[in-house]
Design a protein around this ligand. Structure first.
Ligand code: ATP
Length: 357
């Protein structure tokens, strides 16, 4: 049988980034031993604050080229508040990567693995289960460099909503809904009652919805969505939204299921994808061996699905089931979730669960 090798560029980055990617690569290496006809090649590359301090460049050309030439990128986290560019902004090569690889859709699945992990009452395992799709190349963040009035008493940021950008992210959201095959319902989260750019976004969403007759769709204002996510998260299947709304709502969503250490993400482009936890580099706990690697492992499961090979899809299911099994015991938690396990202990538990099948 032909052996298919998937090349993964591993960018550990800063803070807890290398800790969570190392844990995840160890788990993927274990899974690889269960697969037939498929192997992985993991190549680590320099990036982030460490590289900026060493060479003056946070995303070296060689690292970017490796990302372009790999089947996917597994990223930890980048940037630490104490190291900044001369203009005062943080080192954030992940944003450059997103822009240069045109990763337009941030796919963020939210799943409750154990009732104890949610601050919400009366939700059992699997009852909070939705996906937030965030437009990642335009919206309010595309105008992040403010325009200042001549007398410097006013600053303006612009929200850019394009037909092309909206069509592609809405199509991605419907495709996610189709693939999940649950309620196949997509909700556009907007502010069309106030912002005319969002009326435009709504019109485009409604047109795209017609391309997916097997799915249903609806709209919800962003303020109401924040309320419903807390009061009645079961109403959502797939949500799609503008860049900054997505940024804010994804932290709220992560809070419903245990926090940032439980929130995976996949940044999807036309022919590139970066998989990373939704959290940052958490410098306050870096180097202590207590980072929660679950979000990164769940991101790796998304990566395996994205490879769209029968064996990697099976591998993703094996990984999710091992994580589920480990988390079904509420004492299997790292300190961010009130537990006592260290990163390597919870990683060992996932590897053991994979071994037991
Ligand atoms: P960013 O702006 O890049 O999202 P941030 O510093 O605002 O980053 P995070 O680093 O995402 O925020 O996380 C905030 C805090 O949550 C961290 O300082 C850390 O205490 C905790 N945290 C985040 N991720 C993890 C994790 N994987 N394991 C344990 N604790 C975490």
């Amino acid at each position: 049988m032909n052996q298919k090798q998937f090349t993964v560029a591993v960018l550990g980055g800063d803070g807890i980034g290398p800790e969570v990617t190392t844990a995840t690569v160890n788990v993927l290496k274990k899974i690889e031993t269960n697969l037939s006809g498929v192997s992985f090649q993991f190549n680590e590359h320099l990036v982030g604050v460490g590289e900026y301090l060493r060479s003056g460049v946070a995303l070296p050309d060689s690292t970017f080229a490796a990302c372009q030439n790999s089947d996917a990128v597994l990223l930890g986290a980048m940037g630490i508040p104490s190291v900044r560019y001369p203009d005062g902004t943080e080192i954030a090569p992940q944003l450059e990567l997103r822009e240069r690889l045109q990763l337009f859709g941030g796919v963020r699945p939210i799943e409750l693995f154990h009732p104890d992990d949610s601050p919400l009452k009366n939700y059992s395992t699997g009852e909070i289960d939705f996906v937030l799709v965030r437009e990642s190349t335009e919206g309010l963040f595309s105008g992040r460099d403010a325009t200042f009035a001549a007398d410097a008493t006013e600053a303006t940021n612009v929200m850019r909503i394009s037909q092309h950008g909206t069509e592609r992210v809405c199509r991605l959201a419907f495709e996610v809904a189709r693939k999940r095959n649950k309620r196949k319902h997509v909700t556009l989260i907007d502010k069309a009652n106030v912002l005319s750019a969002m009326v435009f976004m709504r019109e485009i969403f409604d047109e795209v919805a017609k391309e997916f007759p097997d799915c249903t769709s609806s709209h919800c204002y962003v303020d109401a969505a924040a309320l419903f996510m807390v009061r009645d998260p079961k109403r959502f299947d797939v949500m799609v939204t503008e860049n900054m709304f997505g940024d804010i709502l994804s932290d709220l969503a992560a809070g419903l299921v245990g926090g940032m250490g439980m929130a995976p993400s996949g940044d999807i482009g036309v022919d590139a994808a970066v998989f990373q936890p939704s959290h940052g580099s958490a410098p306050d706990i870096a180097g202590q061996g207590i980072a929660n690697p679950i979000a990164t492992m769940l991101s790796a499961a998304m990566m395996l699905e994205w490879f769209a090979h029968d064996e990697t899809i099976r591998a993703a299911a094996l990984l999710r089931s091992a994580i589920s099994k480990v988390l079904s015991n509420p004492s299997n938690r790292t300190p961010d979730m009130g537990g006592k396990l260290k990163t390597d202990q919870i990683t060992r538990s996932v590897i053991d669960a994979l071994q037991q099948g």
